[in-house]
Design a protein around this ligand. Structure first.
Ligand code: SAH
Length: 261
């Protein structure tokens, strides 16, 4: 890491497995004096990386004001602060409001990205999310809950495009999710769905089905939170095979790094 790191670093902890933090994120954690971590999903095993004397605060019971005050005091004391977020901090991480407060206080910061849950879920499934002729698009979204979603991004509207969808923060409303996805028109009862609970954690669970039966399967598995919902025809490839191989490794297709064979 650079010798002159800004006093606050927002670090993506990754999806759960403590080895899925980046090298840069781990180094930042090991160098930190104060760590404020999202206790609901960040693996506490990562805290074993803290140097002796470093202090860790769980942000779960704290308000934005509390978090910023912890940062302000630590920085004023010349300490290095790490704000540890689950997955990648830029997705559903509420970091913008923290950065805004730090701007106001003229405290410098930087973001170190992390592996988001969607990619851990795809890895657990052994599934590519973009397949030629099937889908070349991945939409990361959620259903409206206590946090509203702009109407133009309503799930049924996104579902009208088909493609691959990955829903965060939505498994607790799986019935509405299924209804919205079907209402879009591009998906149908047989469209494959995978729900991955706590991807990359030791108690990870994968439930697969179709839009017709996934809600019942999720209920049977007792999954109500900490899971992702992946939807789209790409998920059928493990059963049916890929309809069209990629051009990238096609012997008849030359590109900048390989000649035609
Ligand atoms: N910033 C995080 C997302 C935070 S929102 C990221 O990039 O992954 C919290 C939601 O993310 C959870 O409700 C769940 O939908 C999803 N999530 C986080 N970690 C997960 C995991 N290991 N497995 C499955 N879903 C996960």
């Amino acid at each position: 890491m650079q010798i002159t790191a800004p006093p606050v670093l927002f670090v993506g902890a990754g999806p759960g497995d403590p080895e899925l933090i980046t090298v840069k994120g781990l180094k930042a954690l090991q160098a930190a004096d104060v760590v404020i971590y999202a206790g609901s999903l960040v693996n506490p095993d990562l805290l074993a990386e803290l140097k002796p004397g470093a202090v860790a605060h769980d942000s779960a019971p704290l308000t934005l004001e509390d978090v910023v005050e912890l940062m302000r005091v630590a920085v004023a004391e010349g300490k290095q602060v790490v704000r540890l977020h689950t997955g990648d901090p830029c997705l559903y991480g509420a970091i913008q409001e923290q950065m805004e407060q730090l701007d106001r206080l003229a405290i410098d910061y930087r973001v170190i990205p992390g592996v988001t849950a969607a990619f851990a879920a795809a890895a657990s499934l052994g599934q590519e999310l973009t397949l030629p002729e099937v889908s070349q698009t991945l939409v990361l979204t959620r259903i409206a809950g206590r946090t509203p979603v702009p109407e133009r991004e309503a799930l049924r509207r996104l579902a009208a495009n088909g493609g691959t969808l990955c829903l965060y923060l939505s498994v607790g409303m799986i019935d509405q999710v299924v209804a919205e996805l079907l209402a879009g028109g591009a998906f149908h009862a047989a469209t494959p769905v995978a729900v991955v609970y706590r991807a990359s954690w030791p108690d990870e669970k994968v439930v697969e089905g179709t839009l017709a039966d996934i809600a019942a399967r999720v209920a049977t598995a007792g999954i109500g939170r900490q899971a992702l919902i992946l939807v789209g025809e790409v998920l059928a490839a493990r059963r049916r095979g890929v309809p069209e191989r990629s051009k990238l490794y096609d012997p008849g297709f030359a590109h900048g790094f390989r000649e035609k064979s």
